[in-house]
Design a protein around this ligand. Structure first.
Ligand code: IVH
Length: 704
């Protein structure tokens, strides 16, 4: 079997040949030579600057193609070929490792995992009693040397036998204490990475100092750790995944490390004060059967999108020291461990264009138009670019290759340009100097640009939202009709609907007596909607349906909402200081519109709500769903038949629960109707209680 290389000091591994996904087809010797050159250059960049021109999938495909070509043409193998070399042949650093820092072999499926485990059992001639299952952290491998409990040296993995001294990074890495809890002499091994917040902060600092944004958290960690004399400070995080005794110290800890199983070593390491995955939503666990291992692999994969640090797989290890010793190592990887690789959540593609769209609140937001790329199971064509300052900060240009991140339900976002793939043909991104919708001026005083006309700029969109099913639910007001009303100058906001007259409406295109009467009746009916719907219809930035319900229930009247300051607003669940400030500003801005609604006789109270002063905290805890986070999915039946998703969410909240649209580790209950799909599968994986709409109907019978 041809060995494949592994750029895995950063958790970036090439495939195991047996079950990998597609490979780059290499037809002839010239293409093979070019492929070797590209892979070697990419590996060098990855290990050097931490910034490869190829994303993991492309690199893996390329190396698999190289390996396949070499298997078919063994006498053409080039000495430079990255196959069979640790770190793809990129040699960096001159500090010898006490024990080589190995790679991991990979599998890509449950079958691959099973056949690897069966192979290990055959090799040992006995069952593996205990497995350890843990996330594969997507950062760069580090050896942290402690003498007498003091951190004395940090070394990168380099080529596995020698690495680079990056001790200047001591103090920048959370989870890697300068002093351990005991004065032991030990070498910790683990991964240095950046959490999402650390990555954003590092990019802000780096671009602020005139540099280009890092392409992703992994390269940000690699680049930051290796850089000396940086004019700004960045913070990273360490996760230990192993510890080695240091020979000749006579240390009691060293003796313990030699005997303990991997799980015991990790407990000891955590006890010494170093960071491990134990405190994350995906702690390492032990399992006694491969079925349990598979279950844990699925659980970790399901939680990946919610983690605030990157993982690119799951590592399965034989836990017992004896099993590890008997299994031994191959030329570059232990036989007692395997990486179950997950699909890449970050890909490189081209930035073709930037569109500037005006939202219903008048916010002008840029959107990236991308060469379509498959990321985490779906094709991504558009991605968010946040705002103009963000484009500038990331130094993006049209035609750039960019890294795009998407995981689970996350909105795809452009991270950064891949600067070394620039050809010189890239063009600057033009930012609009006037509102792209109405041509009026742009208020650029905030990070989020807005048309100076605010909501009036895109009145059609804000009225359309206000009359939507989950807000005022006014039938007969489609986009065309609203367009006509706006064009005819009859309305500028949705409050104007309430003063429309019969004569004005009947004048509109294709309107007869019956449809006019029906529309006016529907508008009249909307006046009776409860406060939460009216408030939601305002389209306050930072609020949606459930937040509007919480606000309406908390304050009970529009007057109370209008007089609430930021502090009072923070009493509402889910409102933090930042959102509270936006709410106060938005509510003030909307005062004229609210005034018009009051004058038109629209309901300004929430039935059943008492207001903040009179709502005793204990009330809610008696409700049947108190303290539960509930998700509904699939079609509703039984007593819930015909309810919209929003109505089901209202029901959940009336019964004291918190309605949510996505399943996560925090979900307490899933109401799954017919045709429930991925949410049900995810809840099953996470072991969340799942009930039918009928069972749910019984639980909340008093609130239907
Ligand atoms: S065990 C000798 N455990 O993945 C065993 N490695 O692709 C090798 N990695 O070089 C390390 N998370 O940098 C191990 N939980 C984990 C890991 C992990 C990430 C990295 C490590 C290794 C690379 C191999």
């Amino acid at each position: 079997m041809t060995e494949t290389p592994n750029r895995s000091s950063g958790g970036r591994g090439a495939s195991s040949p047996q079950r990998g996904p597609a490979r780059t087809e290499i037809g002839d010797q010239a293409a093979y030579a070019a492929a070797v050159q590209t892979a070697v250059a990419a590996s060098a960049a990855y290990y050097g600057e931490g910034d490869s021109p190829l994303d993991d999938d492309v690199f893996d495909r390329l190396v698999r193609g190289i390996a396949a070509y070499e298997a078919a043409h063994p006498d053409e193998v080039l000495p430079d070929s990255p196959t069979g070399k640790v770190a793809g042949g990129a040699v960096i650093g001159d500090v010898p490792h006490t024990v080589p820092m190995l790679s991991l072999d990979n599998v890509f499926s449950a079958e691959g995992l099973e056949s690897w485990a069966a192979g290990l059992v055959r090799r040992l001639g006995r069952e593996v009693g205990t497995w350890s299952v843990e996330p594969k952290l997507d950062g760069l491998a580090i050896s942290a040397r402690y003498r007498g409990g003091r951190l004395v040296q940090l070394v990168t993995r380099g080529d596995g036998t020698a690495g680079e001294d990056v001790s200047h990074g001591i103090g920048m890495v959370l989870g890697l204490p300068a002093r351990l809890a005991e004065p032991v002499t030990v070498e910790l091994r683990g991964e240095v990475l950046m959490t999402r917040a650390q990555f954003e902060a590092a990019n802000t600092a780096r671009t602020g100092a005139g540099g280009t944004a890092f392409a992703n958290p992994r390269s940000a960690a690699a680049g930051s750790l290796r850089a000396k004399d940086r004019p700004y400070q960045v913070e990273m995080t360490f996760f230990a995944y192993g510890a080695l005794p240091v020979d000749g110290t006579g240390d009691a800890a060293a003796a313990r490390l030699r005997e303990l199983p991997h799980s015991g070593i990790m407990e000891l390491v955590a006890g010494l004060g170093a960071n491990t995955t134990a405190a994350t939503p995906v702690p390492a666990i032990t399992a006694t059967t491969i079925e349990q291992v598979r279950k844990r692999v699925e659980e970790i994969a399901a939680l990946r999108a919610e983690l605030d640090f990157g993982i690119d797989g799951i590592v399965v290890k034989a836990d017992a020291a004896a099993d590890q010793a008997d299994a031994g190592i191959s030329s570059r990887a232990p036989r007692w461990a395997i990486a179950y690789k997950l699909p890449a959540v970050e890909k490189i593609t081209r930035l073709l264009d930037v569109e500037w769209n005006v939202g219903r609140t008048g916010v002008i937001a840029p959107r990236a138009v991308l060469e379509p790329v498959e990321v985490d199971g779906s094709t991504v064509t558009y991605a968010t670019l946040h705002n103009a300052a963000d484009i500038e900060r990331r130094g993006l240009m049209l035609g750039d290759h960019v890294t795009v991140y998407k995981a689970g339900d996350v909105i795809p976002r452009v991270e950064a340009p891949v600067v070394h793939l620039r050809t010189g043909g890239e063009r600057p991104i033009e930012v609009p100097s006037a509102c792209p919708r109405c041509g009026d001026e742009i208020d650029a005083s905030q990070q989020r640009w807005r048309c100076v006309r605010g909501r009036a700029c895109h009145a059609v969109a804000s009225v359309r939202y206000a009359v939507g099913r989950d807000q005022l639910d006014i039938e007969g007001l489609g986009e065309n009709r609203i367009d006509q009303l706006v064009d005819a100058g009859l309305i500028t906001d949705f409050a104007d609907l309430f003063t429309l007259t019969h004569d004005q409406v009947i004048e509109l295109e294709r309107m007869g007596e019956t449809s006019t009467a029906a529309l006016l009746a529907a508008i009249e009916g909307a006046k009776a909607k409860p406060l939460n719907k009216v408030f939601c219809a305002l389209g306050v930035r930072g609020t949606g349906r459930s937040m509007s319900r919480r606000i309406a229930r908390h304050f009970a009247t529009m007057d109370a909402i209008r007089t609430a300051d930021a502090e009072a607003l923070q009493e509402v669940e889910g409102v933090g200081p930042e959102r509270a400030t936006i709410l106060v500003a938005e509510i003030a801005e909307l005062a004229p519109l609210i005034g018009k609604l009051v004058a038109a006789g629209v309901t300004m109270t929430e039935p059943g709500a008492a207001g903040p002063a009179e709502t005793p905290e204990s009330d809610a805890s008696d409700l049947p769903l108190a303290g539960l986070s509930v998700v509904a999915t699939g079609s509703m039946s039984g007593p819930l038949d015909g309810l919209s998703r929003n109505q089901v969410n209202e029901l959940i909240e009336r019964a004291g629960g918190k309605a949510s649209s996505s399943v996560s580790a925090r979900t307490s209950l899933l109401v799954a109707g017919e045709k429930a799909g991925s949410k049900k599968a995810k809840a099953e994986k996470l072991g969340i209680e799942i009930i039918t709409p009928e069972e749910f109907g019984t639980r909340v019978a008093g609130f239907l």
